[in-house]
Design a protein around this ligand. Sequence first.
Ligand SMILES: Nc1nc2c(ncn2[C@@H]2O[C@H](COP(=O)(O)OP(=O)(O)OP(=O)(O)O)[C@@H](O)[C@H]2O)c(=O)[nH]1
Ligand SMILES: *[C@@H]1O[C@H](CO)[C@@H](O)[C@H](O)[C@H]1NC(C)=O
Ligand SMILES: *[C@@H]1O[C@H](CO)[C@@H](O)[C@H](O)[C@H]1NC(C)=O
Ligand SMILES: [Mg+2]
Length: 403
Amino acid sequence: MAGHQRYLRYIIFALICLILLFFISSSSSVPSAQWPSYKPDGANEAETSPQSPKEGQEQPKPTTTPSDNKKLPPATAPGDRMNATFVTLARNSDIWEIAKSIRHVEDRFNRKFNYDWVFLNDDDFDDEFKKVTSALVSGKTKYGKIPKEHWSFPDFIDQDRAAKVREEMKEKKIIYGDSISYRHMCRYESGFFFRHPLMLDYEWYWRVEPSIELYCDIGYDTFKFMSENNKKYSFVLSLYEYVETIPTLWDAVKNFTATYPQHVAEGNSMKFLSDDDGKTYNHCHFWSNFEIGNLNWLRSEAYIDYFNSLDKAGGFFYERWGDAPVHSIAAALMLKKEELHFFNDIAYYHVPFTHCPTGEQYRLEHKCHCNPKDNFDWNGYSCTSRFFETNGMTKPEGYEQEQ
Ligand SMILES: Nc1nc2c(ncn2[C@@H]2O[C@H](COP(=O)(O)OP(=O)(O)OP(=O)(O)O)[C@@H](O)[C@H]2O)c(=O)[nH]1
Ligand SMILES: *[C@@H]1O[C@H](CO)[C@@H](O)[C@H](O)[C@H]1NC(C)=O
Ligand SMILES: *[C@@H]1O[C@H](CO)[C@@H](O)[C@H](O)[C@H]1NC(C)=O
Ligand SMILES: [Mg+2]
């Protein structure tokens, strides 16, 4: 009997061993797919080789997880491209904030179109800025330095008077009121960016600032839309300007229109700017941190005469004129009202305002991730309602719920 039991024990032991072996081998055979091993071009050595590098030889570059995204199939839209570029004015210190903006623009639009991107700076861009931004942009990137004469006080400006204004504005706590560089920036965006040598290669621009966000997919070529529909200037957000920064801007505009009546378009959008047929300015303007527009219009004699006329009045330095009202007034007076466009479908954020498209169906179809409650369009401080009314446009369905 004892011998019998011993046999039985052997058999059970052997069976358990077999079952265990089976499980071990089968479980290890299922996820046997290996992580692709990353080898930089032309390198044969194992990356993790603990051997010390040989004398006089370059050390193999350390690698992290494999990144093979260059091998993904192209997801670009078919068809030809417009003569267009993105443009950003930035400092080297804006690098991570502009990186965020680029990521949004690429994900929602430009990965399908691969438009170029021009970066402008009053200083030299450093290598890190160029490296990071050129890696993010799917089109060509170009880096330009602003000539000194486009970023300095014109000789007709009285320095003492300008300095006194900055002091006063600082005391009144007007945002950027004591900043010299902010004034150069506003003047540059008003009168010079479109004349930079790098911008002369293009007809259309889309301005992008640091820290902006895009909330919906844009599935069509917005530049082509502008061109095919005879648009010259566009916006997503509009609002009332801070009066203290532009007390005499409208006087300068009236002086311009009196001197150059030929530059004022028939069928313009004066009603958007003024409630008394041009006597006074209601401070409505398009927010210029987003713009898609036509560079040849900005380079036209009409616009240049306008800019020079305002510049001579000195308000960029004796007040704190922003490029937003300067562009907006030009677009509203020197273009026909049909040449302006409101991009309801470009969902956008620049601190502190959001444009989230009105209409749930649209938002769902375009994978929008903005909260419709944040939409500024129908708020009392927005001028977008006025834009709709002066153009006889019907407001999108559902706007009453967002007021
Ligand atoms: N190169 C350069 N770019 C500047 C300078 N000041 C502002 N900018 C850029 O000009 C644009 C407008 O400046 P912002 O500081 O964003 O002005 P803002 O939008 O009125 O104010 P924020 O609410 O601070 O965004 C941005 O693209 C900035 O990166 C400057 O001194 N040098
Ligand atoms: C793009 O537009 C600019 C400005 O109008 C022009 O000088 C340039 O020749 C155009 N380029 C192409 C490829 O059409
Ligand atoms: C109006 O414009 C003319 C010509 O540019 C200029 O000489 C004059 O000083 C301007 N007046 C005001 C009030 O800006
Ligand atoms: Mg900004």
